[in-house]
Design a binder for this molecule. Sequence first.
Ligand SMILES: C[S@@+](CC[C@H](N)C(=O)[O-])C[C@H]1O[C@@H](n2cnc3c(N)ncnc32)[C@H](O)[C@@H]1O
Length: 296
Amino acid sequence: MTCIPINIPHQHTVAPAQSQEDAPGCDLHRRSHAARQTIIHGDCLDAMRRMKAGSIDVVVTSPPYNIGVPYRSYDDRKPPEVYLRWMEEVAGQIARLLADDGALFLNIAAGPDPWIATDVAQAFRSHLTLQNRISWIKSIAIGDRTSGHFKPINSKRFLNRTHEEILHFTKRGDVEIDRLAIGVPYEDKTNLGRWQAARSDRRCAGNSWFIPYETVRARAGKHGHPAIFPVDLPLRCLQMHGETGTVLDPFAGSGTTLVAARMLGWNGIGIEIDDAYAEMARHRLAEIAGGSVSCC
Ligand SMILES: C[S@@+](CC[C@H](N)C(=O)[O-])C[C@H]1O[C@@H](n2cnc3c(N)ncnc32)[C@H](O)[C@@H]1O
């Protein structure tokens, strides 16, 4: 197992905002500069077993779905019982690592077998409590208008799959979330006066998240990984959880979760079994750390 710590250029300890000139926007830039991202190249179960219990605040991850995605080295077609036993072991380790008020956001899609997402949810149920069930809508069709993309399947039985699940698990199902951090403005502004809860022009956006999906070709052109999720997905999960801390992605792939962590000032740990994908993640992080962020 190789550990690749990413030393963010510009990384320096910055004192918290103190003066009038310290605008709130600056604080985010400072936190993101101080955050540390680590990529571990190796097997996630091995790596997680070595980590300290209760040391992780949030896990955002998308495991292989066992649907035959052509990863470079991982074989994504296992006998279903072997795959589900493995998922349960992963769930056990994640539950051990999470802090008491921590959360897991598990992104999972249905494959040709529409039960896969539900079966995986059950494997996690033995260790954690399902607090929210979020639908990640990748593409919508309303009347004759469509928006976003999906991976078309050639079938006389099945519809094209235009959404995936994001399962929000916590230890006891009672962790407070910051609904308004990912809220949307009221369409009808008279709500602002009427609802006591409407202190600001934001309401809870609900559990359908429309995050347009990039085509496989567009994504592969960018990072060369066949199953990347959009950075907006981990960004929303972290913002919904609230306070910054340490986020883990045991199936890090091209490092999207760590990119989101870096953007929001979280510490990130990503574990990836394939050396080329681990290198891809390192490269991606080094690129965003490189200099586009400036402190006002
Ligand atoms: C669905 S992809 C994750 C993609 C990631 N969310 C992104 O945006 O790039 C799943 C990843 O898990 C990796 N993987 C498979 N088995 C693993 C294991 N035992 N430990 C760590 N990573 C593993 C695969 O190589 C693949 O990159």
